[in-house]
Ligand binder design. Structure first.
Ligand code: TXA
Ligand code: MG
Length: 309
């Protein structure tokens, strides 16, 4: 069922769960003040309880309500430069301000100010919202209202905001041992932070992960994905590749766009992965020849995780 932003705000205030568009992917939203609705978000997604949620705010000014003293350096500069937008910040909080279930009992919470007119309208009417990606846990994230409906059917009303302009989740930065680290690659590549921070944040090593939830399987279609750099597997009639390259033996090519356009690849990625399920494809060969730099880092990381069986 489709609803308007105003109806979504009313439902959220009444303790219901709704799906909302953001510029990255659709989110499955509940009010931060409604613990039962937050529990319902975990249930609907089949999400492990130890995987915390991102709190979505309408502006950076609202952060003050939640933060513990001693906020990290460059916080103001980061929020000024990147909010609203696809950046999530993991910050130390006063624990009583965020329900335990939303932050999976961590002493920190992840925050972002999204940049899509419809979720911004809902935030202004209904206040702070938790919103994980609106997909069943482990599956590719949704970048259209139709994707959300395929995962949740009539269980969740959706505000239809069209196709997400960015297509992959926000980049998550966390502050640890006196510096900012990338806790999840996303729409903003590591070098985007160079000017604001004075250094390029490194990725947290897997054993230093702040968040226990990060170890779960992610972004995976039902199909087996073979990541290849040269030639392609005989048995794979389906190729995930680029519009400007040739795959003579392929019966079906699902295109990520042009091989010189990483932003198109990010925007198309989840739609392509979801098409594998819709078309009931069991095996696909992925053209993995893309540079390990910039926005391509995120495309590579998502494909690597999607290929994990
Ligand atoms: O673009 C996005 O960020 C989308 C849209 C809907 O805003 N949201 C999203 O949420 O990707 P979700 O729940 O699918 O991913 C949130 C990630 C998870 O990997 C979770 O483990 C991590 O954020 N996270 C949340 N709170 C954290 C915390 N306190 N410390 C470390 N990681 C945290
Ligand atoms: Mg997700």
């Amino acid at each position: 069922m489709f609803i308007t932003p105003q109806e979504a705000a009313e439902q959220l205030k009444a303790g219901k769960v709704v799906a909302l568009p953001t510029e990255t992917v659709y989110g499955l939203a509940a009010s931060l003040t409604k613990p039962l609705a937050i529990a319902e978000v975990f249930r609907l997604k089949g999400r492990p309880q130890d995987n915390p949620l991102i709190v979505h705010l309408s502006s950076a000014k609202e952060l003050d309500k939640y933060l513990a003293g001693g906020t990290p350096p460059s916080l103001l500069e980061l929020t000024k430069r990147f909010w609203p937008g696809p950046l999530t910040l993991v910050l130390p909080i006063r624990e009583e301000t965020i329900p335990e279930s939303a932050r999976a009992n961590q002493p920190t919470c992840a925050f972002r100010v999204p940049d899509h007119p419809q979720i911004r309208e809902v935030l202004s009417l209904a206040g702070a919202l938790v919103a994980p990606s609106a997909n069943l846990s482990g599956k590719p994230s949704p970048t259209s209202a139709q994707h959300v409906m395929r995962d949740f059917g009539q269980q969740v009303p959706v505000v239809d905001g069209g196709c997400c302009s960015q297509g992959v989740e926000s980049t998550i930065l966390a502050y640890k041992d006196d510096q900012w680290f990338i806790a999840r690659l996303g729409m903003l590549p590591p070098e985007s932070f160079l000017t604001t921070l004075g250094y390029q944040p490194r990725s947290l090593s897997p054993d230093a992960l702040l968040c226990p939830g990060s170890r779960y399987k992610h972004y995976a279609p039902g199909a087996k994905l073979i990541l290849g750099r040269t030639g392609y597997a005989q048995e794979a009639e389906v190729v995930i590749g680029f519009a400007d390259r040739c795959y003579p033996r392929a019966k079906l090519v699902l295109s990520l766009g042009n091989s010189s356009a990483p932003l198109s690849a990010l925007q198309n990625l989840y739609h392509v992965l979801r098409q594998l399920d819709e078309k009931k494809i069991s095996i696909a060969w992925v053209d993995f020849e893309m540079p390990p730099a910039g926005h391509w880092l995120t495309v590579r990381e998502r494909l690597l995780r999607a290929a994990q069986q």
